[in-house]
Design a protein around this ligand. Structure first.
Ligand SMILES: Nc1nc2c(ncn2[C@@H]2O[C@H](COP(=O)(O)OP(=O)(O)OP(=O)(O)O)[C@@H](O)[C@H]2O)c(=O)[nH]1
Ligand SMILES: [Mg+2]
Length: 292
């Protein structure tokens, strides 16, 4: 009998949820950055072995909503946690357990799904610091099982995956064995471009940016031509993204093209345009269409 199920990832922004999903899947299915609130949508990352299929649901970090966009992100977290077979609470071992973690743990304790805790980023900790972080994690009101992991190096990830898979309900696989994610490729490509933007911008700008893939075509089998729009909310943000003599947008394009080439396994022509779309983060109809 096989086992399969969904594990929703809960945690503060920036603790390494998306990095962990990528490590478990073995492919980049979710973008990663050191800016908080990088993830905006729920992304399912699939790990299949002979006997089990573990579907990790990457989610936005839990934070107080500020606008329609972040309110939707928070609602999504609640919905996915309700629908999952289990929850994985991720902590940043470098920062220790804080009030935000306690708040999330309390919310999880009130829900029905079993909770496992992972203390992440232990590659940055000494043995003594790791033990201290594990002790703090064990004092939370959830999680019989606490794991020390590094999503970056992969340390401890195998043991965590085995544990989660063993606790999934018995049942048939929900994804084909070679599927890595439920995310359409066009969305992943747009996200890879957004990652390149986020990694080069500061303060409010990363939050004000959305990327929309307009077109992808293959003039030859070994060449993809991608047209994408980068939305920002003001002219000054547009100016920053383009940069002096277009240097910023050029650097973003180079980084994003490399990522798209890796994903598609062929040459990529990337055509980026920056557009001002005022207050897109407050536009509910638009957020619907963006699938957020
Ligand atoms: N040293 C170290 N850094 C890590 C590890 N895991 C993640 N990071 C870094 O932490 C930062 C945040 O990682 P993400 O995976 O984007 O975090 P997240 O929890 O998905 O963040 P949000 O989507 O904003 O909620 C990035 O700079 C990662 O490279 C780890 O195990 N070790
Ligand atoms: Mg993330």
């Amino acid at each position: 009998m096989t086992r399969s199920g969904f594990v929703a990832l809960a945690g503060r922004p920036n603790v390494g949820k998306s990095t962990l999903v990528n490590a478990v899947v073995g492919n980049k299915v979710a973008i990663v950055s050191d800016r908080p609130q990088t993830t905006r949508r729920a992304i399912r990352g699939v790990h299949t072995s002979a006997q089990s299929q573990l579907v990790l649901v990457d989610l936005p970090g839990v934070q107080r909503p500020r606008d329609a966009l972040t309110a939707r992100m928070a609602r999504r977290v609640t919905q996915e946690l309700e629908g999952a077979d289990a929850a994985l609470l991720i902590l940043n071992g470098e920062q220790g357990v804080g009030p935000g973690d306690h708040y999330i743990a309390q919310t999880l304790a009130e829900a029905n799904a079993p909770v496992t805790v992972a203390v992440n980023k232990v590659d940055r900790l000494s043995r003594a610091q790791t033990l201290q972080a594990l002790t703090e994690a064990a004092e939370l009101p959830v999680g019989e099982h606490v794991f020390a992991v590094s999503a970056r190096t992969g340390e401890g990830v195998h043991a965590l995956v085995e544990h989660l898979a063993e606790h999934m309900p018995e049942g048939p696989f929900m994804f084909d064995a070679d599927e890595r994610s439920d995310q359409p490729q066009e969305l992943l490509l747009a996200e890879l471009i957004r990652e390149a933007v986020i990694r080069r911008t500061f303060q409010e700008l990363p939050h004000a940016v959305e990327v929309v893939l307009e077109e992808i075509e293959y003039p030859r089998p070994e060449l993809a031509r991608i047209r994408a729009l980068i939305w920002v909310e003001s002219d000054s943000q547009k100016g920053i993204l383009i940069g002096a003599h277009g240097r910023m947008i050029k650097a973003i394009g180079t980084a994003a093209r490399r990522e798209c080439q890796r994903e598609l396994g062929c040459q990529v022509h990337l055509d980026l345009a920056v557009r001002v779309r005022r207050e897109w983060r407050a536009d509910e109809g638009l957020l619907d269409r963006l699938g957020i």
